[in-house]
Design a binder for this molecule. Structure first.
Ligand code: DGY
Length: 418
């Protein structure tokens, strides 16, 4: 078992090794481009030893921002045939080429953390990013909060692609006419750890709808094949609005508009409270149907300051049902699959966010337990994408950027506690 200093060295080497010059790939092979939220975690990790490189990572990501304000979920800086679907399939017609959907808006929250750790190095860089961040948050407000809470128009937009939260919405997507395609992910990783073909058929059907309408957001919201309210993104966005307002005040800006976005979002939360489940829950916006799932998404409630005693008991059973970290879905549910991507595995990066929420809520014992369990996974197997929460088996891609990053910024015994 490696000691903390050795693991710190390995984590820094992973970030450097996955650096492609101004941006970082999540892992070589499986994900050869710049991913939105992966990059923000990369920046957080870099900030522990190279703050200039941290700000550059964020600036490169925002250089791909659309004129609508959207920051895409993948930026295809250099074409790589080892990934599908690539820039031509997305057909978004942007420079630099990108996908046509977004990803969880952790940027303002992590930019604030990076800035607070070294305000002198960050002030001018943050000032340059602020209008871009605000433009992205306005896009979330206008294009992803049509009825109040945040919705996703594609499971990939949630970042938690195949979690059971989306099953009710995905069941209504017709994936039978997507035409021939060749997946690349299953050539890099054991297919039993990846989404199923029937998931990919539907992912591509939803993508094709967006591509056919030129990523017209009005059309996607009105008639897109998939539209689900996402508690995790809602919680992440709520915190991000507040952090962006904090950043704005720090820069001497008028932040009333951003504060109003946060107030409106908070007021909409009852829509995703599932009384029967006694938890926040994903919900199909087209039908009103709840997903009836418990998992890591709901655990992010604390991350935006929510504390519901009824939910606490439900979620404690989920956590206590596994040995390592918060599982991406309920181990007692029939859909639980401990090694298949978001259908059960624990993700160190999500654990880091959940622990941030625990710490801010004064739940230091929970924050420490989650850190300890995450450390055990990384000490035992190294820096993988995700892990089996029952026995700690490493899963997905190796030498993973965001796992290395959260090690440096949070999990390592040497982390400065930022
Ligand atoms: C993938 O390719 O698996 C990604 O999660 C899509 O963003």
């Amino acid at each position: 078992m490696a000691d903390a200093d050795t693991l710190d060295d390995q984590a820094r080497a992973i970030l450097r090794g996955n650096d492609r010059g101004g941006y970082t790939v999540p892992t070589a092979g499986l994900y050869p481009y710049q991913w939105n939220w992966d990059s923000m975690f990369a920046a957080w990790g870099f900030s522990t030893f190279d703050v200039d490189r941290a700000w550059t990572e964020i600036e490169t990501l925002f250089s791909a921002q659309w004129d609508t304000g959207m920051v895409p979920h993948i930026v295809f800086h250099k074409v790589d045939p080892g990934y599908f679907p690539g820039p031509d399939y997305w057909g978004a017609g942007r420079t630099p080429p990108s996908s046509g959907i977004s990803q969880p808006p952790v940027a303002a929250t992590l930019a604030r953390r990076i800035f607070e750790a070294d305000p002198e190095a960050g002030r001018a860089r943050l000032g340059g990013l602020y209008p871009k961040l605000k433009g992205w948050h306005r896009w979330w407000r206008d294009c992803r909060c049509p009825t109040g809470v945040a919705v996703v128009t594609h499971p990939w937009e949630s970042g938690r692609d195949n979690c059971p939260d989306w099953d009710v919405g995905m069941a209504r997507v017709d994936g039978s006419n997507v035409g021939p395609y060749t997946r690349r992910d299953t050539g890099h990783v054991d297919p039993s750890m990846r989404p199923l073909k029937e998931d990919y058929d539907r992912y591509l059907a939803i993508l094709q709808f967006g591509r056919a309408c030129g990523y017209d957001q009005k059309e996607i919201l009105a008639r897109g094949p998939f539209l689900m309210a996402d508690p995790a993104i809602t919680f992440i966005l709520l915190r991000a609005h507040r952090d962006l307002a904090w950043i704005g005040r720090e820069l001497g800006e008028d932040t009333a508009e951003i504060e109003a976005w946060a107030t409106d979002l908070e007021a909409a939360l009852p829509y995703i409270w599932n009384d029967a489940l006694q938890s926040y829950d994903a919900r199909d916006v087209r039908t009103g149907t709840f997903a009836n799932t418990l998992g890591s998404g709901a655990f992010l409630a604390w991350y935006c300051g929510l504390d519901r005693p009824a939910m606490e008991a439900r979620l404690k059973a989920v956590w206590d049902g596994v040995r390592y970290g918060i599982p991406s879905s309920d181990p007692a549910a029939p859909s639980f699959d401990p090694r298949r991507y978001w259908r059960g595995p624990t993700w160190p990066v999500v654990n880091a966010l959940i622990a941030m929420g625990f710490a801010d809520a004064g739940r230091s014992a929970d924050a420490e337990r989650l850190r300890r369990e995450t450390v055990a996974l990384i000490e035992g197997a190294g820096f993988w994408e995700y892990y089996d929460p029952l026995d700690g088996t490493p899963c997905g891609g190796p030498d993973f950027t965001w796992t290395a990053a959260i090690w440096l910024a949070w999990a390592s015994p040497n982390a400065r506690g930022n």
